[in-house]
Design a protein around this ligand. Structure first.
Ligand code: PGU
Length: 451
């Protein structure tokens, strides 16, 4: 009895138990391996799979560009596919205000990792609505806006789409032609039927305004219309304020329901308020609309997946009921949104100093993109590249819709290792003064050799 309490005895018992356990598990592991080997040997692993019929899907037209880029060993390769901001050194950028906000969050020991409510971080929702609709928005004051935190812009569009498919009487959504490639997929899977309206005129490389008015004018009354709030992707062509006013009048007179996609607030003009103007015009008239907001680009929070869906309603009572139904959409989809990114955004939006610093950093990103436009335009001019390239400086936002065709794009990828979407869109945010000559050489060669 006594010697059982002896420490060395206890230790040796534990050791031998451990040794026996390891022996057993090693033997088990070997037996299992052998078993597996005998089961699989002699069979074609593929044809035996219950998923053998699954066909290989093509890469995503935008995100697949990065996959191809990553595989290219060339030292001169250039990724102008995905719309992600890069510094003049070609590096991804974490904003200084984001670093500061994260520092604050980390040192605050009272912060916990509990689930957020289904609708997300309440303060984030409030501040997001204010950022777009304005501090003095009557719709906010009257509690007619419901805002739900979602998984970035994509998740906000999807939740909005599913809500409309369930609760709105007209299930057709009109999207611009062309538009961000994910739009038709999101809305179709949400249960809406997708149609297009003319938006871009390749001959003028500008807005097809008459086509837009005609197509929206003949849409069934009540139809949903997706509008890019600013910095239209992929064309970089936005309506003027006067044109927005005409669109607003037409849509309101026909009872068309606006669904704004705002992925670039601040990136078009460099000013958050200026870029919010079209949305604010639609809210100022007292009518209803939806808004999907993303902080991926303007706060550089891409992978944090921070965004919000707002629905502006006629009354506070309706907004309240709408919110209760949005919760039913979110709950089985992702239950509740992630806490970290939304906390970063709320920390920045609530603090006057951080907010001001953010606007300066945002303007710097927008300005760098604008300077890239001028430099690329000048470089093509200097090379005497055939064609009118003034659209490069006229278009706004992250992208230039170059007008290069599929074959020219493939040529530039194969010969110059320049990666871009096959529709000829280039992300101006991925360019730097150092890489512009290479791009200009590639465009010049593509245009002169492949036309
Ligand atoms: N809406 C538009 C118009 C967009 O351009 C994007 C992103 C989104 C929504 C969704 O952004 P979130 O990241 O979900 O907030 N478009 C970029 C990014 C790559 C992609 O396709 O997702 C692009 O390069 O077109």
């Amino acid at each position: 009895m006594e010697h059982k309490c002896d420490i060395s005895y206890v230790a040796s018992r534990r050791l031998s138990t451990l040794a026996r356990h390891l022996e057993v598990s090693t033997i088990e592991a070997c037996k299992n391996e052998g078993l597996n080997a005998s089961i699989t040997s002699g069979f074609d692993g593929n044809s035996n799979s219950v998923f053998a019929h699954v066909v290989k899907a093509p890469e995503d037209p935008i995100l697949g560009v990065t996959v191809a880029y990553n595989k290219d060993p060339s030292p001169v390769k250039l990724n102008l596919g995905v719309g992600a901001y890069r510094t003049e050194e070609g590096k991804p950028l974490v904003l200084n205000v984001v670093r500061q906000a994260e520092q604050q969050l980390i040192t605050d020991r009272s912060r916990v990792k509990e689930y957020l409510p289904i609708t997300g971080l309440a303060e984030f929702n409030k501040l997001s609505a204010k950022l777009m609709f304005g501090a003095d928005s009557p719709a906010i004051r009257e509690n007619r806006v419901t805002t739900v935190q979602c998984l970035s812009g994509t998740g906000s569009l999807r939740v909005g789409g599913e809500f409309l498919a369930k609760h709105y009487h007209e299930r057709t959504i009109y999207i611009p032609q062309p538009t961000w490639g994910n739009h038709p997929k999101i809305f179709t899977l949400a249960g809406l039927s997708v149609k297009t309206y003319r938006y871009y005129d390749p001959t003028t490389r500008g807005l097809h305004f008459s086509g837009l008015l005609e197509d929206l004018g003949s849409a069934p009354s009540g139809a949903i219309v997706l509008l890019h709030a600013c910095a239209h992707n992929p064309t970089g062509v936005d309506p003027t304020i006067q044109q927005w006013e005409n669109i607003r009048q037409l849509m309101r007179s026909k009872g068309l329901l606006p669904f704004f996609d705002s992925a670039y607030q601040g990136f078009a003009s460099g000013s958050l308020d200026t870029d919010a103007q079209p949305v604010r015009m639609f809210v100022a008239d007292g009518g209803e609309c939806l808004l999907a907001q993303s902080y991926a680009k303007n706060m550089g929070l891409y992978g944090e997946r921070v965004g919000a869906l707002s629905i502006v309603c006629k009354t506070a009572d309706v907004a309240n009921r709408v919110e209760s139904q949005l919760k039913l959409v979110v709950r089985p989809m992702f239950s509740s949104p992630p806490i970290h990114g939304a906390s970063i955004v709320a920390t920045i939006l609530r603090d006057r100093n951080l907010f001001d610093e953010w606007t300066v950093e945002l303007k710097a990103m927008a300005d760098r993109i604008i300077s890239m436009r001028q430099k690329l335009f000048d470089a093509l001019r200097a090379r005497g590249t055939p064609g009118d390239w003034s659209h490069i400086i006229k278009q706004i936002g992250m992208f230039t819709f170059t007008g290069l065709n599929k074959e020219q794009v493939a040529f530039m990828t194969n010969e110059y290792h320049i990666y871009m979407t096959s529709d000829g869109r280039i992300s101006m945010a991925g360019l730097s003064s150092k890489t512009i000559p290479h791009l200009a050489d590639a465009i010049h060669a593509a245009v002169t050799r492949m036309s």
